[in-house]
Design a protein around this ligand. Structure first.
Ligand SMILES: Nc1ncnc2c1ncn2[C@@H]1O[C@H](COP(=O)(O)OP(=O)(O)OP(=O)(O)O)[C@@H](O)[C@H]1O
Ligand SMILES: [Mg+2]
Length: 249
């Protein structure tokens, strides 16, 4: 994706709530959220295990539906449901979800082949080299370590140059050197290619690199930007401005 191709699309969550009924009990993870996710910006979602980070990410990316409220894409064609922009969204799953029968190369090439791209294998090879797996192209997921599988999942999510990248603990299984390389790749997609980057992370140092931080804390969700909030005020549109964008659950 060249920068000139990038528009200023955003994903808007309006009055979004998510609840589950489990064993007769209703659990509300969050309610009445109003959040905008803009291209060219980076976001981190933090909070304790079980607080709802992955659930929020699946709503933002259109992989799941909220209990109430709406999640929509706003772009040059106007407002569209997230189901219509699947080709703009790359998702790195917490559990990777690689296809076990396919090699690393074929796992990464698949999204390109599904889009009919002829140079799928070449591009997939380049991306696997970029994440340090040029010597693991023909390995199947079961023959890869957890960190290697995570890097294959990252290459698969980025190979088609999505406009929105959602990453669920993308460095969770990586040593510090690999984690640094992967985070540099993710942020360069945001800064150089104009993608939105939304990461769930337990890593304080990774979260600190994001322009905005959404933190689950004692059952509440709020913007927790620090120095980054200054950059946000300077450049952000009114539709997603600052702490008013999120109401407490
Ligand atoms: N489909 C579902 N049905 C019932 N409960 C669910 C469902 N999906 C998630 N939950 C519950 O919602 C809570 C939040 O789950 P979620 O996976 O979003 O947490 P998380 O913040 O990503 O945690 P972790 O850091 O451990 O990955 C959990 O208690 C989970 O059991
Ligand atoms: Mg999770």
């Amino acid at each position: 994706m060249s920068v000139s191709k990038v528009n200023s699309g955003f994903i808007q969550l309006n009055n979004v709530s998510q609840s589950f009924t489990s064993q007769g009990q209703q659990i509300t993870l969050f309610s009445q959220l109003d959040i905008a996710i803009h291209q060219r910006r980076s976001y981190a979602i933090t909070g304790p295990s079980g607080s709802g980070k992955s659930s929020l990410l699946t709503l933002m990316s259109g992989l799941a539906q909220p209990s109430t409220g709406s999640c929509q894409y706003h772009g040059v064609k106007g407002v569209q449901p997230l189901s219509e922009i699947r080709d703009k969204v790359g998702f790195i799953f917490q559990q990777f979800h690689l296809l076990p029968e396919l090699t690393a190369l074929h796992n990464v090439a698949l999204p390109l082949k599904l889009r009919g791209q002829r140079d799928a294998t070449k591009k997939a090879t380049e991306w696997l080299e970029k994440v340090g797996l040029g010597n693991r192209l023909t390995h199947k997921p079961a023959q890869l370590s957890g960190g290697e599988q995570q890097r294959v999942a990252i290459a698969r999510a980025l190979v088609f140059e999505p406009e929105f990248i959602f990453a669920d603990e993308p460095t969770g299984n990586l040593d510090s050197a690999s984690a640094k390389e992967v985070s540099e790749i993710l942020f360069s997609c945001c800064q150089e290619r104009g993608a939105a980057l939304v990461m769930v992370t337990h890593s304080e140092s990774l979260a600190a690199q994001a322009q905005q931080v959404l933190a689950f804390n004692e059952g509440k969700l709020a913007w927790a930007s620090r120095e980054n909030s200054r950059a946000m005020t300077a450049t952000q549109t009114e539709s997603s401005a600052g702490s008013e964008a999120v109401q407490y659950a």
